[in-house]
Design a protein. Sequence first.
Lengths: 377, 104
Amino acid sequence: MPNLIERQRHIIDFTLSSLLRRKGKNCALLLVYTLIVFILASVLFFTHALKREAALLLNEAPEIIVQRTLAGRYQTIPIAWSDRILKINGVISVRPRLWGYHFDSAFKANYTLTVPAGNPPQQGSIDIGSGISMMRGANRGDIIAFTGHDGIPRSFKIRNILEHESQLLANDLILLSEEDYRDFTGIPADQATDLALRVRNSREYGIIAEKITRIYPDTRPIVRTEILRTYDALFGWRSGLLIVIFSAAILAFVIFAWEKATGLSAEERREIGILKAVGWETSDILLMKFWEGTVISLTAFLVGIILAYLHVFFTSSALFAPVLKGWSTLYPAFPLTPFLDLGQVATLFFLTVVPYTITTIVPSWRAATIDPDAVMR
Amino acid sequence: MALRRSTIFLRTVAGLVLLLAMIFLHASNEVRTSGPLFARKNALVRQLELTDLSIFTEATYTRHLSMADISTPFQDAQMSLDHFPSGALVEPPPHLLRNHAQLD
């Protein structure tokens, strides 16, 4: 056993010396390889953590939301419709929701206005998300003004700043009283944005949604499972973000594999010829090439994964921020909880380390089985 | 005496594996201690009846992705395209992509 380990260590010594002889090329290879693993792992960590976070948080969302459409566009819904919907078996409660958007032309930002179900601010005061607070430099007790639907500005006193840790939920929110909301937006007293339903049994979502569309054909019920599925598929394989990043990574790996599979450089062939001439077996050469592939790919994999973790969970995915921000002025920091999927890490290992190691061995096996004299010529 | 190259390599790999193990420990510890934080966030979701995460604020249909319908990204004109960057980043909600009949 000690002999076996010593033999492997000698081969690793030789492999590392061989790699260091082509220092520039191999360092560049290691750098690019690490970068690819880093990007892939960052995307996987980020999307998985975000999906898990969404699943845990939105599990408390209303069971069914009923919207009304008119000629394919949203329309406010009459509050009176709640009474008939409440009579459907299985519906515990129906609450008219009041929410909408406000574009702040001074800061070029979009806010979401909401009337909370519980503990709404008093008339004339509002709660704001930490993103708005930071952007406008507004704090508790300050007076803040927004222009209403009729062009007349309204002033509100800031009652509270929503917790910074809830940025992913409430970064752009303005909470206000029902009276203020109706006055600010001009929505009539008998109308709501949509209806939020509480339902006793999750197996009844589909049937209740169907009954609602039968009673009111111009409504569009959205059940909680659909909300959860939306966020589960948010950054799925078909999303633009993943397609662009994964295509670039796959292309880079194809170039790697192509470079390796199309053959060895003259210098590498001569090296193999000399090794065979001095008595190395074909299996020794393949072992050396195995270690060569492993040294590069394992190091790149480990460094890439560690850097990706630091990037996503310690810098709030700083490199992705410019991509995700788009034209948004208000953008939440992403202090995600590090939900890691070991299966994803293992998949990444098998997709990056194994193919590279194999593509390193195959052309060497071809060169190692040829007569040394012919290889050296 | 200078260290053998294999020793340096194996120690480096061992160090990196140790770091990776520490990362997994850190992650599992963070998840374990995040219970109260999620309880507070869940209470906020219940209180405000939230349906979406505030990731993109540039367009209404990506701000409230689950509430959007299929025509919203293209509603500015009959032939208009979805022109917000976030619309190109995310996948549309699966409930909007359901086919109700065989189309071909």
